[in-house]
Design a binder for this molecule. Structure first.
Ligand SMILES: [Zn+2]
Length: 80
């Protein structure tokens, strides 16, 4: 995967990998901005990096909770 940066503030993103395929490609993961703590899920190998107003919280949050059962954030910020 190419080096990605936060679309809001251009800071680096931390990557957590949850599922890889046999080729080593990331299928499910979570990118977290080191600066603003926004998270961007990787779903079916595609990083979801749309602006907040176009994101589907109802679709993303069940996935993020499955990866991180302790996740309590109501927005798109990761508090850990
Ligand atoms: Zn950021």
């Amino acid at each position: 995967m190419n080096k990605l940066c936060c679309p809001f503030d251009k800071h680096d993103l931390d990557l957590k990998v949850f599922v890889k395929n046999e080729a080593g490609d990331i299928l499910e993961g979570l990118l977290t901005c080191v600066k603003c703590k926004r998270y961007f899920p990787i779903i079916y190998g595609i990083p979801v990096m749309t602006p907040d107003e176009y994101r589907e919280k109802a679709l993303e949050q069940p996935i993020v909770r499955r990866w991180l059962p302790d996740h309590r954030s109501e927005g798109f910020l990761l508090n850990d």
